[in-house]
Design a protein around this ligand. Structure first.
Ligand SMILES: Cc1ncc(COP(=O)(O)O)c(C=O)c1O
Length: 378
């Protein structure tokens, strides 16, 4: 059987990971400044993470959500404590799209309404509802186009107000810092306006923290900088360091009901063991503090490179903006210097999403290579 060919592939076959590095089948070492789309939070093959998963799978890898699973309770408690969101309820699932799909469904259940407001350049996933509120028409099938949705621009409070005042909006969904879109962030005033206007008009606000959350920005959640209280927060990516796990944090104003949400695999024993190991390591190794400190270092180093016109993002969710398209620069960084970086919808942006335990020496390697590579760009 052939694979369904939907991914353009780099000609590289990683077979091993260790901290901030991956190694290909020939033993070639690559610096990973992308973490496989912001997934690797605590570093590849962290020994405490490997031990926790190995121990759990030997004991019990899976049982369904029809039994008591104390690991889910432990995960919810630990996540509440570390994130400062103890007053929320947790529902566990398997991916970012699924987390957002559940978030939209919850908002619709809770308000009895249907329409969703989303933003230009948003990416919320590829399943039916969330792809509808993603700003990329080329990945929507006719089946995805039946939803009631409205797209508006970041910082356009006037349109937001007039749309919400129509009274039929279930939720406003946003990434506080857009990932795939290119690291744009609206103003604190605008996020607070979303919260106020939504409340006044009986709509919920959903913070999609799938990429920016879990410590990546130096805060546990990116929305926390803006002093807002989302009704629903969706999480995935860094949560399992590669083990597929996602979730939604749900405010107490939304009451659960049996059957309202459900999943076969979500919150299984092995996923919880992975999730707990990630949280323990984030705390023990003070990785949120490291994310903030590394951002300061990157900003300092980037000043020495005149071709970098703008630095976007926060913590270890960084966009380096040039005044030319970076596709060939990225290829050069990968094939000549063995450094993984990412792209964005903004073609001039190099996206840096490394493991949160990255050190200054890794960025020194990156900037040295970047200078050489830029000198060679035509
Ligand atoms: C902000 C955001 N939300 C949702 C998703 C979808 O997550 P998944 O690919 O796990 O379904 C992504 C993936 O890139 C994302 O960046």
């Amino acid at each position: 059987m052939e694979l369904f060919d939907v991914y353009p592939l780099f000609d590289i076959t990683p077979v091993k990971g260790e901290g901030t590095y991956v190694f290909d089948k020939d033993g070639k070492k690559y610096l990973d400044l992308y973490g496989g789309h912001a997934v690797i939070s605590i570093g590849h093959s962290h020994p405490a993470y490997v031990n926790a998963i190995s121990k759990q799978v030997r004991q019990l890898g899976f049982y369904s959500n029809s039994i008591k699973n104390p690991l889910q309770v432990e995960l919810a408690e630990k996540l509440g404590k570390l994130s400062g969101c103890e007053e929320y309820q947790l529902f566990l699932c398997n991916s970012g799209a699924e987390a957002n799909e559940n978030a939209l469904k919850l908002a619709s259940f809770a308000t009895g309404k249907e329409r969703i407001i989303y933003f230009e350049n948003a990416f919320h996933g590829r399943t039916s509802g969330v792809v509808a509120v993603t700003d990329n028409e080329s990945i929507k099938a006719p089946f995805n186009k039946g939803h009631k949705i409205t797209k508006i621009a970041f910082n356009d409070a006037e349109t937001l107000a007039s749309e919400l005042q129509k009274g039929d909006v279930a939720a406003v969904i946003f990434e506080v810092i857009q990932g795939v879109g290119g690291l744009d962030e609206a103003t604190t005033e605008f996020y607070q306006q979303i919260e106020k206007l939504a409340k006044e008009n009986g709509a919920m606000i959903i913070a999609d923290e799938v990429q920016a959350g879990y410590g990546r920005t130096g805060d546990f959640f990116a929305f926390q900088k803006h002093n807002i209280h989302p009704d629903i927060i969706s999480i995935a990516k860094g949560m399992g360091n590669g083990f597929p796990i996602g979730g939604v944090l749900i405010d107490k104003n939304i009451a659960p009901k049996y059957g309202m949400l459900g999943t076969t695999f979500g919150g299984n024993h092995l996923a919880c063991a992975a999730g707990l190991a990630v949280l323990n390591i984030l705390e023990k190794e003070e990785l949120l503090q490291n994310a903030s400190a590394m951002f300061d270092y990157v900003k300092e180093q980037a000043k020495e490179i005149p071709q970098i016109k703008n630095i976007k993002g926060r913590g270890l969710m960084i966009g380096l903006e040039f005044d030319f398209e970076v596709a060939s620069l990225r290829k050069d960084m990968l094939y000549v210097h063995q450094i993984f970086t990412g792209s964005a919808a903004n073609k001039n942006l190099l996206r840096i999403l490394p493991p949160l335990n990255i050190e200054k020496k890794h960025f020194d390697t990156f900037f040295k290579a970047l200078k050489i590579s830029l000198a060679n760009q035509k």
